[in-house]
Each structure stands twice: as C-alpha cells, then as structure tokens.
Ligand binder design. Structure first.
Ligand SMILES: Cc1cc2nc3c(=O)[nH]c(=O)nc-3n(C[C@H](O)[C@H](O)[C@H](O)COP(=O)(O)OP(=O)(O)OC[C@H]3O[C@@H](n4cnc5c(N)ncnc54)[C@H](O)[C@@H]3O)c2cc1C
Length: 231
C-alpha cells in the first residue's frame, strides 16, 4: 500500500451533504492516524499540517475512503462527526499559518519603513529624527512583537497536539489586523513614495489585506473566539 494524502477538498465539499444526511451521533470511532484516500492537490498540503498519515491502495485509485466510509462519488454517511473534526483541525492549523504570514508581512513592511526613515531627509535631517515618525515605528514594532508571541503560542500548543481553536483564532485575528495597520503606517512613512512601485511599501499594503479575509474573516474569528469564551 502506497502512502499518500487525504483529499481534504473532497471532505470539505462533502460536508454539507454529510450534515444533512447523517446525525452526529452516527459518527464511528476511527483511528485518526490511518485514513485512506486519493491524492489531490489541496490534500497534499493540509493533512501534512495536522500530521495525518494516509494510505492509498493502488488497486482502488478512484474511490476515496475514510475508515469504513466511502465518498467521492457519493456521500459520507457514517463519518460525519469525524469529517467535521478534521475540517476544524485543518482550520485551526491554517489560521496559525495565516498569523505567521501576517507577522512576516508586518515585519517586512516595518523594515522597509525603518530603512526609509533613516535615509529620507526633510528640513535638513532624516525623518527618523522626528518624534512623530519614531512613535509610529515604536508602535509598529510593539504590535508586531505581540502578534508574533500570540502566533508562537498557538503553534507551540499545536505542536503538542492540543486543540487550539481559540488560540489560533486570536493569533490570526490580531496578527492580521496588526499587519494591515503596520503596512498602512509604512506607506504613510514613505509619503508619496509609499504610493508608487519604486519602493516595497505599496506591495506590502496590497498583499496584506488577504490576511484579514482568508481562512475566515476577522468578523468570523471574533465569532469563534466569543463562542469559545461563552461555551
Ligand atoms: C486572495 C485570496 C485567497 C483565497 N484562497 C483560498 C483558498 O486557497 N482556499 C479557500 O477555501 N478559500 C480561499 N479564499 C476564500 C476566503 O477564505 C473567503 O473569501 C473568506 O472566508 C470569506 O468568505 P466570502 O468571500 O464568501 O465572504 P462572505 O462570507 O460573503 O463575507 C462577506 C462579509 O460578511 C461578513 N460576514 C459573513 N458572515 C458573517 C457572520 N456570521 N457574522 C458577521 N459577519 C459576517 C464577513 O466577515 C465579510 O466581512 C481566498 C480568498 C482570497 C481573498
């Protein structure tokens, strides 16, 4: 039996049908470390994040199986609970990835602003000598550090196979919103040059907005966190 990866996309696509077709209580006890499936593009990445090992029998390439359940052409009936759990775990992991992406983008935007502030001269001195610019840089650096620590914390817990629904959502929410703010301040510090492609500030500003949308918008992260707080 050759080792491959579960088609996570197929799982997620099947979820609405699963929810309609099968009560949660019908979910069987399945070994999370052994899932059969057909390799797929998305499936190569996602299970690796959560450490699922998948094996595909070479004589049954067209039928994806999840424990005893079959899906692909049909509907998952008896693995609904398990499929939902897998999708939640995937989201918890993916959100740490977006948080890390946010920290990286924020750091890049910050470095660009710091470097520019040291070299750009106005009124006979580098703009970095103006307190208004110094305060911006201080706030940017402080927020980035807080976002990084939230991200490390969620990743630390995930590495220890803990459920990180709250921690992932908090890291993703905070880091992405910090990144957007830092990228905007970076453009501001660049002045007119923040608006043109000669400097990297405008690209950070364009790219960073994905982070408050992908893997669940900021509004949805707040919903997730509130649900955890109130449950
Ligand atoms: C660059 C990019 C790459 C992407 N890559 C992928 C990918 O690889 N795989 C993938 O699956 N998806 C991907 N997405 C899709 C992304 O996950 C969705 O765009 C995102 O989850 C938001 O869904 P939506 O666009 O349908 O917005 P909608 O759900 O229509 O939301 C619109 C607005 O309404 C708000 N809203 C919706 N529901 C609620 C609620 N209950 N309470 C409060 N506010 C609410 C939202 O926060 C948002 O502000 C990508 C998106 C982008 C922009």
């Amino acid at each position: 039996m050759r080792r491959a990866l579960l088609p996570a996309a197929a799982l997620l696509v099947a979820l609405p049908a699963v929810a309609a077709a099968a009560p949660q209580s019908a979910a069987p006890r399945l070994d999370p470390n052994r899932i059969s499936g057909v390799p797929s593009h998305i499936g190569r990445v996602a299970p690796a994040i959560i450490g699922i090992r998948v094996e595909v029998p070479p004589d049954r390439p067209s039928v994806a199986t999840l424990g005893a359940a079959r899906f692909g052409s049909g509907v998952i009936f008896d693995a609904a609970g398990y499929a939902l759990t897998v999708s939640y775990v995937l989201l918890d992991a993916g959100r740490i990835g977006i948080a890390a992406l946010s920290v990286g983008l924020a750091q890049g935007a910050f470095e660009a602003a710091r470097q520019y502030a040291r070299t750009r001269r106005q009124f006979g001195q580098p703009i970095a000598s103006f307190q208004a610019i110094q305060w911006k840089l201080a706030d940017m650096a402080t927020r980035i550090e807080a976002a990084r620590l939230l991200t490390y914390r969620a990743a630390f817990l995930k590495d220890r196979h803990r459920r990180t629904t709250s921690e992932s959502a908090m890291a993703k929410l905070y880091a992405s919103e910090v990144a957007v703010r830092v990228a905007e301040e970076s453009v501001q510090i660049h002045g007119g040059y923040g608006f043109v492609k000669d400097y990297p500030a405008e690209k950070f500003f364009r790219d960073v907005k994905l982070t408050t949308i992908g893997e669940g918008t900021s509004e949805i992260q707040r919903l997730v966190i509130a649900r955890q707080l109130l449950s």
